[in-house]
Design a protein around this ligand. Structure first.
Ligand SMILES: *Cc1c(COP(=O)(O)O)cnc(C)c1O
Length: 392
């Protein structure tokens, strides 16, 4: 048996032990964490809807009418009119034939991919795909083939090499730890040319990208692309969905085990998500403000020597290398009242530990100025610090 205490000590020694901060306020840009009010730059509540009065009202009102628990899975007696209405509204919004709700994005990916692939399927995945897409491949026992990040040339070669095999491509839409966007046009072309099914998991794009918030496929013909979205990020609520052609959705109802063998979301959560969707559609200013924040941050960061990547989405990583370095800067920021989590391996590749900064529509320029000032100071000190020699 593995000595877990020893393993935990090892993680602690390598600065890889994960701990949880304790939230005692609502999810907002100035939450109370571990008893202190901080300014947060690490929530995925991009549009500031998690604590929006209209979303809360929809939730409370539905809970009073329908109770808090759905009581059963969708296929037994858990499928409520509220779920159904949300599915139809999502289909219309995204231009999908049908939409199917799942309890989480993680479960959506597991269910979808294991339902649509088998041991004979060649499953092509971007190397930086979200963990749920990788885990789905393992669960499906598919022949997983990973290609370099956004490298459509490598993907084309691999597709060709797969010949007549059943082929399936899965990619994040917006990459969760990098903020980069998938080459959607090229992926769609390759899928069509090689008779492969394409899944885009746009958990960080839907609600955020595109003038109308439809995500990385906005303005593209996407009925043949299977879309995965979450209701836990820009929607500010909880749950997830798959949008696709009718036969794909119907097959998931028959075969996606993470859909079939689990309790349906509460109807009140679906009602809250419906209101969040209305806000996503009606209040384009939230996306516009978010875009301005990203631009403003990138301008200020460039001027002050903060190392940026080429991400243009609200996910702005500052890659610092060693886990220790990322953790140190994150702690220094926390001392200044700023919450920016350090992301370490195995979530990101070794030597690419980073701060993952995310912006919300509810931030303002004063918040961003404070972030830039503290970050510039901390990064400069971190760069000036002598690096320990190899082997230390
Ligand atoms: C967050 C995320 C998920 C998981 O969604 P949940 O609803 O939080 O389970 C799936 N895919 C990607 C790309 C994500 O970033």
């Amino acid at each position: 048996m593995k000595e877990l205490a020893t393993e935990l000590d090892r993680l602690r020694g390598e600065n890889l032990l994960r701990t949880r901060t304790l939230l005692s306020s609502a999810q907002q840009i100035e939450p109370v964490i571990n008893g202190h009010k901080v300014l947060s730059f690490c929530s995925n509540d991009y549009l500031g809807l998690a604590n929006h009065p209209r979303v809360i009202d929809a939730y409370v009102h539905a809970a009073k009418r329908f109770g808090v628990g759905s009581g059963a899975s969708h296929l037994i007696t858990g499928h409520h009119e509220s779920h159904h209405a949300l599915e139809e509204e999502l289909s219309e919004f995204l231009g999908c034939e049908r939409t199917l709700l799942f309890s989480t994005g993680y479960m959506a990916n597991l269910g979808l991919i294991s339902a649509l692939t088998d041991r004979e399927t060649c499953l092509f995945e971007d190397r930086l795909n979200h963990a749920s897409l990788i885990d789905a491949a393992v669960l499906a026992r598919a022949r997983l083939k990973r290609y370099a990040h956004r490298d459509t040339h490598a993907l084309a070669q691999a597709l060709k090499a797969a010949g007549e095999a059943d082929k399936f491509i899965a990619s994040d839409g917006v990459f969760s730890m990098d903020g980069t966007v998938a080459p959607v046009d090229a992926l769609q072309d390759l899928a069509q040319a090689h008779d492969a099914r394409l899944v885009l998991d746009d958990a960080h794009g839907i609600g955020v990208l595109g003038a109308q918030g439809k995500g990385c496929t906005e303005g593209r013909h996407a009925v043949d692309t299977v879309l995965v979205g979450t209701l836990g990020k820009a929607f500010g609520v909880f749950g997830a969905f798959v949008g696709a052609r009718t036969e794909v959705i119907e097959w998931c109802v028959q075969r996606a085990r993470s859909y079939i063998y689990t309790t349906a979301l509460p109807a009140s959560v679906a009602e809250a998500a419906r209101t969040a969707l209305h806000l996503i559609i009606e209040e384009a200013w939230r996306r516009e403000t978010l875009r301005e924040h990203v631009e403003y941050f990138r301008d200020c960061a460039t001027q002050t020597g903060i190392p940026l990547t080429d991400s243009e989405t609200p996910i702005q990583p500052v890659v610092l290398g060693e886990a220790t370095a990322a953790l140190k800067v994150s702690r220094e920021l926390l001392d200044e009242g700023l919450l920016v989590q350090a992301i370490r391996p195995p979530t990101v590749p070794k030597d690419q530990a980073r701060l993952r900064i995310t912006f919300c529509a509810t931030h303002n320029r004063t918040h961003i100025d404070r972030l830039v000032e503290c970050l510039a100071r901390s990064c400069a000190e971190s760069a000036a610090r002598p690096q320990p020699a190899v082997g230390d």
